[in-house]
Design a protein around this ligand. Structure first.
Ligand SMILES: Cc1cc2nc3c(=O)[nH]c(=O)nc-3n(C[C@H](O)[C@H](O)[C@H](O)COP(=O)(O)OP(=O)(O)OC[C@H]3O[C@@H](n4cnc5c(N)ncnc54)[C@H](O)[C@@H]3O)c2cc1C
Length: 385
């Protein structure tokens, strides 16, 4: 077992870190304050392949593994959590279109999406069903060569600023087997966008309600077959959860570095904060938990890459653990800064606000426990150890 990164992986991380330092970190605070969605910067990230990391090469992506992708997202998130998180959602939606789209759809959209010229949102949550996503109510009714989509989607990241929506809608029976997935052009007639939600964090990207009123979309925009949509949405989320976990790791790493430096700069009672053992222990715990979370994210990515039948449970474990650790590390780094941690001149309060939502979206951390426990208690499940 070799825990070292390969030369290629080190090169990817180096490239992502350089991009994060040059293009993301210097502006992250301003984007947060002004609620600016830096689409042009994401498009520049697209020129380096960051908008299609694990989309297959034949569809214009880099075709990297989930492990390589997680390393890159972690490095990017050190620069700006909210922007990187939006890139991860775009990567997930793009991968879904490339993996299950019809040839017609792929020809129309893949090049634009993989290059980052067009961005994609992922639309599963509805006002009435979040955790219970299999109960969704948005409908898609076949009408000749088209479908008519009606309903609404809540909390959609990037909505109103993206060009493509991957929408899960009901085409059949109640429950998960009656759901299909569609690629819907974001400017289709009948789509309306709600106001940008006023949020605690993730302010460098908009979050909106999206309403569909008999939106006509070609049948060629169906992903996979009718009835497969929920399974495809969950496959997307397996990778998505690793990516969000990686965003927590990157942000926590940034917070840890700041805390370490601050403990050496700041003196109280005639000595640097770093001299107090209580604070040394806090730092030691932050680093220990972050290293453990990083290994878990990499293990889950490896399980997904190697087609392990229990990969979903590992992805859920990694998402639950790394996003909890990410929040704790950022919060402790804020505490180590005392009052300065609480003011906006320092990035700690933004880190705390940004990583908090990682414990909620792409399945709450309670739902991660539901997924893990279900597999542990299923007699037909494979080894989870
Ligand atoms: C900023 C932001 C961006 C988002 N982006 C997207 C996006 O791009 N696309 C998208 O589709 N969705 C998105 N979401 C939605 C997100 O995935 C949901 O908010 C999340 O899945 C929870 O759903 P809910 O808010 O309806 O909470 P609920 O499902 O109502 O849950 C409320 C509470 O009950 C708990 N709970 C529910 N059921 C159980 C259970 N069985 N056992 C134990 N506890 C339970 C939950 O964990 C939670 O604590 C986003 C949300 C936010 C805040």
């Amino acid at each position: 077992m070799d825990f070292n990164l390969s030369d290629d992986q080190r090169a990817f991380v180096e490239m992502a870190s350089q991009f994060a330092e040059a293009e993301l970190a210097p502006h992250a605070s301003e984007w947060d304050e002004h609620h600016h969605f830096p689409k042009e910067v994401i498009q520049r990230a697209g020129e380096l392949g960051f908008c299609s990391l694990y989309t297959p090469e034949e569809n214009g992506g880099l075709g990297l593994s989930r492990l390589d992708s997680a390393l890159i997202f972690e490095a990017l998130a050190e620069g700006c959590t909210a922007t990187t998180a939006m890139m991860t959602i775009h990567n997930m939606a793009t991968w879904m279109i490339a993996s299950w789209g019809t040839e017609t759809l792929k020809q129309q959209w893949c090049q634009k999406l993989t290059s980052g010229q067009a961005l994609a949102s992922y639309c599963l949550t509805e006002p009435g069903c979040g955790s219970d996503a299999a109960n969704l109510k948005t409908k898609a009714v076949r009408d000749g060569d088209d479908y008519l989509v009606s309903g609404s989607k809540m909390f959609i990241s990037g909505a109103g600023a993206t060009e493509m929506l991957v929408v899960m809608a009901r085409t059949g029976e109640d429950g998960p087997k009656g759901i299909s997935a569609f690629a819907v052009a974001a400017d289709s007639v009948g789509i309306e966008y709600g106001k940008a939600e006023a949020k605690m964090g993730w302010n460098a990207q908009p979050t909106r309600l999206v309403s569909f009123d008999s939106v006509r979309i070609p049948a060629a925009n169906l992903l996979g077959n009718e009835g497969q949509g929920f399974a495809l949405a969950m496959k997307g989320l397996d990778g998505g959860r690793i990516n969000i976990a990686a965003c927590s790791l990157g942000t926590a790493e940034a917070a840890l570095k700041r805390a370490k430096a601050y403990m050496q700069e700041r003196s109280q009672f005639g000595k640097p904060l770093a001299a107090f053992q209580a604070l040394q222990f806090k730092l030691a715990d932050m680093a220990t938990e972050l290293v453990a979370a990083r290994q878990m994210v990499r293990l889950a990515a490896f399980k997904l890459d190697s087609g392990d039948p229990e990969a979903s449970a590992y992805c859920a474990m990694a998402k639950r653990f790394a996003t909890d650790v990410g929040f704790t590390v950022c919060n402790e780094a804020l505490q180590l800064h005392g009052g300065y941690g609480y003011i906006k001149e320092y990035p700690l309060e933004r880190h705390v606000r940004d990583v908090r939502v990682h414990q909620i979206l792409e399945g709450t951390n309670e739902i991660m426990r539901v997924i893990i426990a279900r597999r542990l208690l299923d007699a037909s499940a494979g080894v989870i150890a």
